[in-house]
Design a protein around this ligand. Sequence first.
Ligand code: C2O
Ligand code: CU
Length: 462
Amino acid sequence: PTLTRRNLLKASAVAGAYGVGFGIAGKFAGKAAAAEPLTLKTAKIEASLADGGKTRNVLTYGDAGMPPVVRMKKGEPFAARLINGIDDPTTIHWHGIRLPNAMDGVPFLTQPYVYTGDHFDYAFTPPDAGTFWYHPHCNTLEQMGHGMTGVIVVENPKDPAFDSEVVLNLRDWRLGGEGQFIAQFRPRDAAKSGTYGTVRTANWQQEPQYDAPSGGLVRLRIAITDVTRIYSFRMDGAEATVIAIDGNPVPQRFPLDLLQLGPGQRLELAVRMPDSEGAVVKLEDIKGTNPKVLATLRAVGASLKRDVRDLALLEDNPVQKADLGSATHIPLILSSTAENTADNSICGSLGYSFWAINKVPWPGDTPDPMAPLAELKLGKSYVIDMENVTPHSHPIHLHGMSFTVLSSSTRQVQPFVSDTYLIQPDEKVQLAFVADNPGDWLLHCHIIEHQKTGMTSYVRVA
Ligand code: C2O
Ligand code: CU
């Protein structure tokens, strides 16, 4: 059957039926489905997040605290059944994973809503190893703000051996003095850099500490799953080497000095623990001259005396290189907007329109979305010429395909391979990619208030 968006909407009552096997074709289809699907059931729980008291109405996957770290293997089939146990329609988007369009989790664009009590089966084969994450793509400010953000690790058996691995899910919460949720956003902040949380956590704890072998190499996988905050990372007390950003090995490793990354981005560090037992290493976020400790690592046992220079390189992911000679350029201008065009949305639009892509503010997620930003030819190379004419930074995320950062007007960049680029005010940047994955792929700011007040569009690859 052909699935028009209207049919998709009607199909919602039997959502699961369209999960595995439907419409999956092309190079990202991978092998047949995995044997045992993982169950990810959404739930409303109570959790200890703040000092003031327990927080009720926390939303998660599973029933015990933070959404689980989901592990997959590069090139091997993965399957998960989303069961919706909360009072609100939802979906799962597998941020950064190149997969078939029908598995991308965007309501109306790629799949129907999953209503309360319904389920949807996701199945795909991740082609790339690295650190990714998952979250809903419906009523996202509310659902993600209340907890539904989890980390994904795609393992590669060929990776070099580390002495330990620590995964950090970094995010904030908008909580009042007794631990209760307060309004998720303020419109005046949505029109600026977004509304910040009041309680900052790593793995749903304030400043958690993890043990790691003295003198050993720790693979620290960090995912920024917050809806608003841009982090400036620094490591205090140990040498840390940046080995991957946004799920892809960096072209040249470099020591972590101060690195700014935005919502949706991931960072992998090789941390060389101090030799002396008991020494504490701090991962910090620097604002001005103020360090905020996010998490700490404590050295335990006799020193392993490892050297980061002995660590083999990570294998590159199989991302096609764009052919710059034949590439078509797509201009993309991020701006603010004065018109208020948003309130026909039924998937958690905030009722305001502050932002636009190429002067068009996204009207909200509806059964009949606006025309794509660009129609791309399958297999052809493209360069997005992106310009930020707003006074704020925006982590711009492209679904379904990875791009290579070619150049920036304001800074020296390595040719990073990524799915999210944090563009600064007045910056112009060129992002090259091959349109090798058919379907409708969302492109939006990952500051969710910006996404939900206009800074969203999509490209169509056919
Ligand atoms: Cu992290 Cu459109 O998503
Ligand atoms: Cu933004």
